[in-house]
Design a protein around this ligand. Sequence first.
Ligand SMILES: NC(=O)c1ccc[n+]([C@@H]2O[C@H](COP(=O)([O-])OP(=O)(O)OC[C@H]3O[C@@H](n4cnc5c(N)ncnc54)[C@H](O)[C@@H]3O)[C@@H](O)[C@H]2O)c1
Length: 325
Amino acid sequence: MDERIGVAVIGLGVIGRRMLEQAALRDDLEITGAWDIDPQARERAARDFPRARIATDALSAIADAGTRIVYVGTPPAFHREYSLLASAHGRKVFCEKPLAVDVAQGERLVREIESAGTPNAVNFVYASAPAARALAAAIADGAIGRPLLIETRLFFARWPRDWQASAQWLSYRAEGGFVREVLSHFVYLMRDLFGDCTHRASFVDYPGDGKSCERAAVAMLDCAGMPVVVTAGAGGGGPDEVVFTVRGERGALRLDNWYGLQRAEGAGWVDTPVDHRPHPDMRTAAYQAQLDALVQFGLGAPQRLPTMAMALEVQRLIERILQGD
Ligand SMILES: NC(=O)c1ccc[n+]([C@@H]2O[C@H](COP(=O)([O-])OP(=O)(O)OC[C@H]3O[C@@H](n4cnc5c(N)ncnc54)[C@H](O)[C@@H]3O)[C@@H](O)[C@H]2O)c1
């Protein structure tokens, strides 16, 4: 491809570094500037990603003449600030989820971005992940008959997970917690697969200190008329579990550990291979498929990345679950 899409990356923690790592595998994306408020994060990125230009400040990364898209990979409290800065400089915005720290801030951001006419998208990776697309295709092909019930089960032995140890904001109720961080992906996926989801009931267990995030949550939702059962918890023995199951009249399919597609057979589950070539694994294939869509977004071509307005609908439901009954 002749044209490389210039991306400025703001926030160089877990997910910002993943963007640098995955963008480095392609020749149609160019990191025109990368910046983090923490000098150590900038130093680490400069050392580990020599192709990415580390900017002197956020504005110079965003305003760089080659920047077409600004990727906002900071914690949620700063998504609005950088999205608006990008919009003010005529850049497209690719923002991380959750959209904002609360519904009011999310609504404001969507209003501001839409009234500026800024093209916008949010990084829910199930928009592109081959396993999720294969699940959607199998359901549409009638592999399980009419879908009847959705279940989402999350368990984390430690929260935040070990690889997120530096992201301490994830431990706190204000911005973090696994309901926002992980369940939001599955709320997005349900909406993408079936349509509108609403809250029916929820109960959330918080530690008594008033500031730490949830320890456990149960919720009953409705998705396009189907019951959705959610159970989520953290802390304790055993392996982590991230499982999304759709049960139908004639069978069941599930995503196991994010990107493993399985179908019910007899009394158990069997793997359903999903083609991840030319990438080495499903995780890379998912991220690369999302970057394929990001390139199309940069070019102004059709693609299926969710908009901020869609991310706001996800956020409304997530915050409603967290409110409890
Ligand atoms: N889409 C996904 O699959 C996925 C996965 C993980 C995280 N996320 C989202 O990505 C965002 C970041 O998460 P993370 O795990 O990378 O967190 P993190 O804490 O590892 O990284 C955030 C980085 O942002 C920097 N930062 C904080 N305030 C800043 C500011 N005002 N200006 C510039 N930089 C600032 C921090 O120094 C840190 O390096 C969150 O919204 C999170 O929910 C999305």
